[in-house]
Ligand binder design. Structure first.
Ligand SMILES: NC(=O)c1ccc[n+]([C@@H]2O[C@H](COP(=O)([O-])OP(=O)(O)OC[C@H]3O[C@@H](n4cnc5c(N)ncnc54)[C@H](OP(=O)(O)O)[C@@H]3O)[C@@H](O)[C@H]2O)c1
Length: 356
């Protein structure tokens, strides 16, 4: 017995944006005979997560994961429905999370998938958002690395994205004054009206720096998702003992590829490194990077806590849903043009999109 699956594989390493030559798709026949000696499951892929880090996996360079190889299926985390199982614990019909890659069906060892417990008020998609790596990243970045406290001033960049929108809300829950930075007026409107941040600013506005100084004054915590000139600006506005959390630096992800064309709203700007770092000394401030994977042993407890906040409507979420596996490559570029609001996902199967 076999099933046809569509796979998208890396065909060429891009030197800038992902383009029409970067990936190739192929329909292949997948044997559905599952090993009975060790548990395996056949999964119909329903949703795939699209994340900024995926662009880095296309570059042949040392990082926290090995690069995707030419000819290999593109790596991606997703959610799917088990349609065949030789596992004693995972049943047909179970919803599971796993690194299926860009494909319509995948055979997975049971140890590599995680069945989801769907509590009231929580949708399976939350396990790619607040209850997935983005939400956990915001939680540990803000509570463990920054140790945010009530009454402090928190600035979050990439604030209308998957991680940033959770960081803003967690900051509010902790009683911080939250200033959110994002790249469009629509995003600013969502952050202020729906998420209730104290002030949201469009960093593409010609008056941004003046607006930033007026809204922020000086900051206790900067949660950095973007790097570049916004990070530098924040370094000029540190309070005594401020903490700068290096979560991501999307403004530099493409330009750091040797010889790559820089895709940015400031095409003439080369990445320059930190200019204003001396303020870290004068303000006895800390700057620290972190990886969410290092907190894996604490995920379960935090997921339970955030689950509770979702069901109490203390944490809101928004998904940007793109339909069709074939749209995965162009979806990756949306993260770099700022086309997404909220968590970007691709719907692969015919599942009905939720109203969240
Ligand atoms: N450390 C960790 O363990 C960890 C784990 C997960 C994610 N991350 C990092 O967290 C950050 C956010 O990830 P996410 O999944 O939540 O993505 P996201 O924020 O949902 O999407 C990326 C957003 O970045 C903004 N952006 C793109 N280019 C920019 C530029 N040149 N300058 C300023 N903003 C730019 C865009 O919004 P605008 O319209 O606002 O520009 C875009 O929507 C990324 O840097 C990611 O690598 C780190």
């Amino acid at each position: 017995m076999s099933i046809q699956t569509l796979e998208i594989r890396l065909s060429e390493r891009p030197t800038g944006h992902v383009n029409s030559k970067t990936f190739v798709s192929e329909s292949i026949s997948l044997s559905t005979t599952l090993s009975s000696s060790s548990g395996h499951v056949l999964v119909q892929v329903d949703w795939l997560s699209i994340d900024p880090a995926m662009r880095g996996w296309l570059d042949d360079k040392r990082s926290y994961l090995k690069p995707v190889q030419i000819g290999e299926k593109m790596r991606a985390q997703g959610l799917g429905t088990v349609i065949k199982s030789s596992s004693k614990t995972i049943k047909v019909g179970d919803i599971v999370r796993g690194t299926f890659g860009w494909c319509t069906y995948a055979i997975m060892a049971e140890k590599d998938v995680e069945p989801l417990s769907l509590f009231p008020g929580v949708h399976e998609l939350d396990f790619l958002g607040i209850l997935g790596l983005p939400g956990l990243t915001a939680y540990f970045g803000l509570f463990d690395i920054a140790q945010i406290k009530q009454g402090e001033t928190l600035v979050v960049s990439g604030a209308a994205g998957a991680v940033g929108s959770v960081a803003c809300q967690l900051g509010k829950l902790k009683g911080a004054k939250v200033i959110a930075l994002a790249g469009s007026d629509d995003k600013v409107e969502w952050l202020e009206s729906d998420l209730g941040v104290h002030k949201a600013l469009n960093y593409k506005s010609p008056t941004f720096i003046k607006d930033f100084k007026a809204a922020v004054g000086y900051l206790d915590v900067y949660f950095d998702n973007v790097g570049g000139r916004i990070l530098d600006l924040c370094l000029t506005r540190l309070k005594k003992n401020a903490r700068v959390v290096l979560c991501g630096a999307i403004s530099d992800y493409i330009s750091i590829t040797p010889g790559a064309k820089r895709f940015t709203m400031y095409p003439d700007q080369k990445p320059q490194g930190l200019q204003a770092y001396l303020n870290l000394i004068s303000q006895t401030a800390k700057i620290q990077g972190f990886l969410v994977f290092d907190y894996a042993s604490k995920f379960d407890g935090v997921i339970r806590e955030m689950n509770q906040w979702i069901s109490e409507n203390k944490l809101k979420r928004r998904f940007h849903i793109v339909e069709g596996l074939e749209k995965c490559p162009e979806s990756m570029n949306m993260l770099f043009t700022g086309a997404n609001i909220g968590k970007l996902v691709v719907k692969v199967s015919a599942k009905v999109s939720p109203k969240l």
